[in-house]
Design a protein around this ligand. Structure first.
Ligand code: CA
Length: 231
């Protein structure tokens, strides 16, 4: 097995150096880009196993890089760990919305960062097979059989409802915009954002009590709520 290649996109030279040194010491193969466009290009050509992405960069910023990596098939699945400054809390939220997998706030300890890197790499290398079934709060989705049940009672969902539920449940707690949901559940058919509301309404009704798990996030869209007490 080869070394995991990690792209560091960071304009602060001293930080890039510290990260390079420590990642090397942990047995990774770091590649550095000091500017936004260079970072994007290196991600596309090197296809790293993980990207450590600073938010504020000369050229194009971290959010735009994140968006572009997610938009392309070849780079869509590369885990992205964002580096943000404390004052940029709203940017963290946006970071998740454009597809970052995790973030650390500057200043951070290298130890914490290395742990996050390890977790993300491990998560990415897990076989997709066990994600055929998603189960939470009594709702069970079997992707292979295209079946959904609530408390073992089978439900009949439309393909769009099925994909909506799958999208929400795959990342519990994440707030999806209607636009995100159209992208992943409706595909490239052009629909009005209201259409998502109609599908969600129908999906909630079919789920019965469990439908309350699909929460409306004001000003954003929807999310699947989990809480430990009921699982
Ligand atoms: Ca920076």
């Amino acid at each position: 097995m080869g070394k995991s290649k990690i792209l560091i996109v960071e304009d602060e030279a001293s930080l890039a150096e510290v990260l390079t040194y420590n990642l090397q010491r942990e047995g990774y193969e770091p590649v550095v880009a000091r500017e936004g466009r260079e970072g994007l290009r290196k991600a596309q050509t090197h296809l790293p196993d993980l990207v450590i992405l600073d938010l504020m960069l000369p050229g194009i910023d971290g959010l735009e890089i994140c968006r572009q990596l997610r938009a392309s098939h070849r780079t869509a699945k590369i885990p992205i760990l964002m580096l943000t400054a404390k004052a940029e809390e709203t940017d963290q939220v946006i970071g998740f919305a454009v597809g970052a997998d995790d973030y650390v706030t500057k200043p951070f300890s290298v130890k914490v960062l290395l742990q996050r890197v390890k977790v993300l790499l491990r998560r990415a290398s897990e076989p997709e097979a066990d994600s055929d079934v998603i189960e939470s709060a009594g709702i069970r989705i079997d992707k292979r059989g295209h079946e959904v049940s609530v408390e073992r009672e089978a439900l009949s969902l439309t393909p769009t409802e099925f994909r909506l539920l799958e999208t929400l449940m795959k990342q519990p707690g994440r707030a999806f915009t209607r636009h995100d949901l159209m992208d992943s559940a409706v595909g490239d058919i052009i629909v009005l954002e209201r259409t998502i509301d109609v599908h969600i309404k129908s999906l909630r009704r079919k789920l019965g009590d469990a439908g309350q798990r699909i929460e409306t996030v004001r000003g954003v869209g929807y999310r699947f709520r989990t809480d430990k007490a009921s699982e």
